[in-house]
Design a protein around this ligand. Structure first.
Ligand SMILES: Cc1ncc(C[n+]2csc(CCOP(=O)(O)OP(=O)(O)O)c2C)c(N)n1
Ligand SMILES: [Mg+2]
Length: 278
């Protein structure tokens, strides 16, 4: 189908920030193809939530998994066949609530996958519970007197636990988001992009529009990046951290690919015997 769309009916609310992420991704894929990444080698995973519906709307192969398990499914696909480019979609509830340990370990291992975090500051699909990124004082159906918990800082958390590309972008700036997505997907290692995106019943575009600021310079070190992420406005967008570090599948297999370099049972047993004897 044209434009990477499927014929699934789109059920996001009119004006939802997810449309911006969908458009930016459909812009980014042909640009990545022009750089030599085959569409057939791109695999997507998603958890559960409004954000995860993108899985149905994108004409790409993948695995629609359980709530919070998007990054562990992505890790499994990547280590099964390291030639694949794996992109995983997560909500703020999905990847930083129920799936937080999976997200942290994928970053710690520097798995070569890209995680797009749709940050609407709420559990949107389940109609408005507060999430790990909800601001203090935000009033919603489950917090009518205002949420009193402190939100996470997703950017400094991901830098701290080992992500090697960490950025923030905004669903209302398609150009910025497209560029960041291309860089993140090209990056070898765990890339994390927090995308600010209003969910219509709970937020308004006006809350974001005039507050967006662009990071002037990319921080020089991990320590500086964490400091800037702490001190930055929560609407500051740009690349906070980039680093080269060996990716998990290369530590595990070197240049081998288990799908392509499989060996017979006989040779495998001989090799095991050699190890046992030594
Ligand atoms: C194992 C499991 N736990 C909880 C749920 C219920 N559930 C579905 S979506 C969701 C929250 C979604 O919030 P978020 O990940 O932020 O996605 P959004 O809808 O905001 O895009 C929850 C708690 C579920 N489907 N499965
Ligand atoms: Mg959410």
């Amino acid at each position: 189908m044209e434009n990477l769309k499927t014929n699934a009916e789109i059920t996001w609310c009119p004006g939802c920030g997810n449309f911006g992420i969908f458009t930016a991704l459909r812009n980014a894929i042909p640009k990545l193809e022009a750089k030599g990444i085959n569409r057939e080698d791109i695999v997507i995973t998603a958890g559960i939530g409004c954000h995860a519906k993108i899985f149905d709307y994108l004409n790409l192969s993948g695995l629609y998994g359980l709530h919070g398990r998007n990054s562990s499914n992505a890790e499994g696909i990547k280590i099964s066949n390291p030639d694949l480019k794996v992109i995983t979609f997560s909500g703020d509830g999905n990847g930083l609530g129920e799936g937080l340990a999976h997200t942290i370990f994928a970053a710690k291992r520097n798995q070569d996958i890209t995680m797009i975090l749709h940050n609407n500051g709420v559990y949107a699909l389940t109609t408005g519970q507060f999430s790990p990124l909800t601001n203090q004082g935000w009033k919603g159906p489950s917090t009518p007197r205002g949420s009193f918990e402190m939100p996470f800082n997703a950017i400094s958390l991901m830098i701290e636990v080992g992500a090697t590309f960490v950025a923030r972008s905004y669903a209302g700036d398609i150009k910025h988001l497209t560029e960041i997505l291309i860089k993140a997907i090209e990056h070898e290692g765990f890339s994390f992009i927090e995308v600010l995106q209003p969910a219509m019943p709970y937020h308004k575009w006006e809350e974001y529009k005039d507050k967006i600021e662009y990071l002037s310079d990319e921080p020089k070190s991990k320590e500086e990046a964490i400091k800037i992420a702490h001190n930055a406005h929560r609407f500051t967008i740009g690349i906070f951290h980039q680093k080269i570090r060996e990716v998990y599948h290369k530590s595990l297999y070197g240049e081998l690919n288990p799908v392509k370099s499989n060996i017979s049972r006989k040779i495998r047993l001989e090799k095991i015997n050699e190890i046992l004897k030594s």
